[in-house]
Design a protein around this ligand. Structure first.
Ligand SMILES: [Zn+2]
Length: 593
C-alpha cells in the first residue's frame, strides 16, 4: 500500500519539477536493425500489384480515376490494420488511422472518355486512339467531332511559322509544344484544331519513334479547344503524304468537365511520446495514364512502407514511433499545400519530409538510376564540381533562403548502407525542384526527394508497367522506411550517429571545395589584381555559405531526440560545431582569403 503512497508522493514531486520519473526512450533500434526488419516484410511485388491497379486510370485530382485509386489505397490500409477515422474515439490498440481530406477548388475537373484520330483521305484507317495511347489526347481538351484537311506547320508556336500557310478550316499538324500559344495562333488563323508531335529531348524520340509525350492545355471554356499528340513516326508519315497530296483526318474527342472536391488521403501512425511532432512521407497519386513510374510507383511504395511498418509494430518487431508518422497521397503540389494549409498549426513540428516520386524505374529498361535529390545547399546556388544535375532540368534557389539540416547526409548514409549491402546502384543530385518536397522547403521544413532519372518514358505513353522494377521499389521502400522510422523513434543514440555523419560530411565538403577555390584563384591571378580581389571575395562567400550551412546542419541534430536532448549530448554537438569552425578558419587561412 505505502509503496503506492510513496509512489504517488514521488510522482507528484517529479511531475511538478517536470523531470519524468523515467525517460520513456523508445526501444534502441539502429537504422541497420530497422532496415533488416523492413526488408523482411516490405514486398516489391506487392507494390507492383498496386502499380498494376493504379496504372489503369488517368488520375486527375477530383476525377473518378484519382478517387478510385484513393479507395483502393483505403482498402489496402484497412487490410493492414489502419482504420478509417470515424466518429468513434481512436482505439489506442490499433496501429493507426486514415482519413480523406476534401477541399473545394475553383478548378473544373477534366474527365477524358475517348478520342480517335483517323485518316479519311487518301485512305481510311485509324491512326491512333485514346484506348491505345491515352496521352494522344491533351489534358483539358473539349469534346469535338471534326473532319478536315491537314496542313503542316513547321514549329507552330510563332506567328512567323505560318508565313504563306493557309490554315483556315484545317487541322494544323505542328512540331511545337501544344501550349496555349500554339493553339491560339492556329485558331486565330482559322484552324479547327491542333495535332502536335512535340517530344522533349530527354525522352529520346530518335530511339523511340512511337513515343507520345503527355501535354495539357489550359482550361479554356471560351474557345473549347482540343489538341492531340502523335508519335514522331506517325508525324513523319503524315508529313511525307502531305508532301505530294492532300490529307484529310477525322478527329473525335469525348470529354467532360465536372465540379468535384480535391481529395487527399492522410494516414497516420500516432507517436507514443511526442504525437504533436511529425515525420511526413508524401507521394503524388495524380498523373496521366499509365504513369507507372510517375507516380504509380511512388504511391505503391508508400503503401508498402506503411504496411510493413504497421506489420512490424503488430508483430512486436518494431517499436511504436515516438513521433507521429504521417503518410500523404496527394495531387502533386496542390494536395500537399492544401494539407499544409489545413494543418498550419503542426508545420513547425515537422522534423523532416520524405517525398517519393518515380521510385520504381527499372534501370535496365529506362537507363536511369535511383537518385536522392538533396534539399537545397550551397551546391545548388554555386553549382560546380563535384555537383551533378540529373538531366531533368535545374531550379533557382535564393541563397538567402538556404538553411542547413542533417537530413541530406543522414539519408545519403542510409542509401549508402543499402547500396553497400545489396549492390544497389544509386546517385544523387543538387536540388532541382519539381515535386512535393518544394512546398515543405518553401516553409523551411527539411524535405528530400527520392526519384529516378533519366527515364526515357518520363511523361509519355511509354511510362508503363513493363519499365517498373519490384526490386527498385523494395530498395527505395526499405531505405525511406528506415530513415523515416529512425527519425520518428528519435532516440539520442540515433542522433549521435547522425551527428558523426554530418560532422564527417562537413569535413569532406571543405576538402571538396578547396581545389575549386584554388583553381579559381589561379585563374584570377593571371587576370590581375582586380579579378583576384573579386575572386577572393566570391570564394569567401561560397566557403562561408558552406560553413554556415553545416553549422546549422550540426545544430539541427538537436531536433532529432524525441525527448529533450541530454546536457551531455548538447555538449557533444557544441564540440562538433567548434571543430567545424576551426576547420573553416584554417581553410580560409590556408587559401589566403
Ligand atoms: Zn511525379
Amino acid at each position: 500500500m505505502h509503496k503506492y503512497l510513496f509512489f504517488i508522493a514521488s510522482f507528484t514531486i517529479s511531475f511538478l519539477s517536470c523531470q519524468p520519473l523515467y525517460r520513456s526512450e523508445p526501444r534502441q533500434l539502429s537504422s541497420k536493425d530497422i532496415a533488416s526488419q523492413l526488408d523482411k516484410t516490405l514486398d516489391g511485388n506487392q507494390a507492383m500489384e498496386s502499380v498494376r491497379y493504379v496504372t489503369q486510370f488517368w488520375r486527375i485530382g477530383g476525377g473518378p480515376g484519382f478517387d478510385s485509386c484513393l479507395s483502393y489505397i483505403g482498402t489496402r490500409l484497412h487490410e493492414a490494420g489502419i482504420e478509417k477515422k470515424s466518429e468513434k474515439a481512436f482505439d489506442p490498440s490499433s496501429i493507426g488511422q486514415y482519413s480523406i481530406q476534401e477541399d473545394q477548388t475553383n478548378e473544373k475537373v477534366w474527365v477524358p472518355q475517348d478520342a480517335v484520330l483517323s485518316l479519311e483521305y487518301p485512305e481510311r484507317r485509324v491512326l491512333d486512339s485514346f484506348a491505345e495511347n491515352p496521352v494522344m489526347l491533351c489534358r483539358n481538351s473539349f469534346s469535338a467531332d471534326v473532319t478536315a484537311p491537314l496542313v503542316y506547320v513547321a514549329g507552330g508556336d510563332k506567328e512567323s511559322d505560318y508565313e504563306g500557310i493557309d490554315a483556315a478550316q484545317r487541322i494544323v499538324l505542328c512540331d511545337a509544344y501544344p501550349a496555349q500559344a500554339t493553339y491560339k495562333i492556329a485558331l486565330q488563323r482559322g484552324a479547327v484544331g491542333v495535332i502536335s508531335s512535340f517530344v522533349p529531348p530527354y525522352n529520346h524520340p530518335e530511339q523511340h519513334p512511337t513515343i507520345i509525350s503527355e501535354n495539357g492545355l489550359q482550361y479554356d471554356a471560351e474557345r473549347k479547344p482540343f489538341a492531340l499528340k502523335v508519335s514522331p513516326r506517325t508525324a513523319a508519315e503524315l508529313k511525307r503524304m502531305l508532301g505530294y497530296q492532300q490529307v484529310t483526318v477525322h478527329v473525335q474527342v469525348k470529354t467532360s468537365f465536372i465540379d468535384a472536391p480535391l481529395k487527399t488521403l492522410v494516414a497516420e501512425i500516432p507517436g507514443s511520446i511526442k504525437p504533436e511532432q511529425r515525420v511526413v512521407l508524401v507521394a503524388h497519386l495524380d498523373h496521366y495514364k499509365p504513369g507507372a513510374n510517375d507516380n504509380a510507383s511512388g504511391s505503391a511504395t508508400l503503401l508498402e512502407i506503411l504496411r510493413s511498418i504497421a506489420l512490424g509494430i503488430q508483430q512486436g518487431k518494431l517499436p511504436k514511433p515516438a513521433r507521429t508518422l504521417t503518410f500523404l497521397w496527394v495531387d502533386e503540389y496542390q494536395g500537399t499545400m492544401l494539407w499544409m494549409k489545413r494543418n498550419e498549426q503542426v508545420l513547425h513540428n515537422i522534423v523532416a519530409a520524405f517525398v517519393l516520386d518515380m521510385v520504381g524505374g527499372n534501370p535496365e529498361k529506362t537507363g536511369g538510376t535511383f537518385r536522392v535529390e538533396r534539399m537545397p545547399d550551397p551546391g545548388t546556388v554555386w553549382f560546380r564540381p563535384p555537383e551533378q544535375h540529373s538531366g531533368w532540368g535545374t531550379g533557382r534557389w535564393n541563397k538567402k533562403k538556404l538553411f542547413g539540416s542533417f537530413l541530406n547526409d543522414f539519408y545519403l548514409s542510409v542509401i549508402h548502407d543499402r547500396s553497400q549491402a545489396t549492390g544497389w546502384k544509386t546517385n544523387h543530385n543538387v536540388w532541382e525542384g519539381g515535386s512535393d518536397h518544394d512546398p515543405f522547403l518553401w516553409k523551411n521544413i527539411p524535405a528530400i526527394l527520392s526519384w529516378h532519372f533519366p527515364d526515357f518514358g518520363y511523361h509519355t505513353s511509354l511510362d508503363n508497367i513493363e519499365n517498373i522494377s519490384p526490386a527498385e521499389m523494395q530498395h527505395a521502400g526499405v531505405s525511406i522506411g528506415t530513415a523515416s522510422l529512425t527519425l520518428a523513434l528519435g532516440t539520442e543514440e540515433a542522433a549521435r550517429e547522425i551527428l558523426s555523419q554530418v560532422a564527417k560530411a562537413a569535413v569532406l565538403r571543405l576538402e571538396k571545395e578547396k581545389p575549386n577555390t584554388l583553381l579559381e584563384l589561379s585563374d584570377a591571378q593571371a587576370q590581375g589584381a582586380t579579378a583576384l580581389d573579386e575572386t577572393k571575395k566570391r570564394e569567401r562567400e561560397i566557403l562561408e555559405a558552406w560553413a554556415t550551412w553545416y553549422e546549422e546542419a550540426l545544430r539541427s541534430v538537436l531536433t532529432i531526440p524525441a525527448n529533450a536532448p541530454s546536457e551531455g549530448f548538447k555538449k557533444e554537438v557544441e564540440r562538433e560545431i567548434q571543430n567545424h569552425r576551426k576547420n573553416v578558419a584554417s581553410l580560409l587561412a590556408a587559401l589566403g582569403i
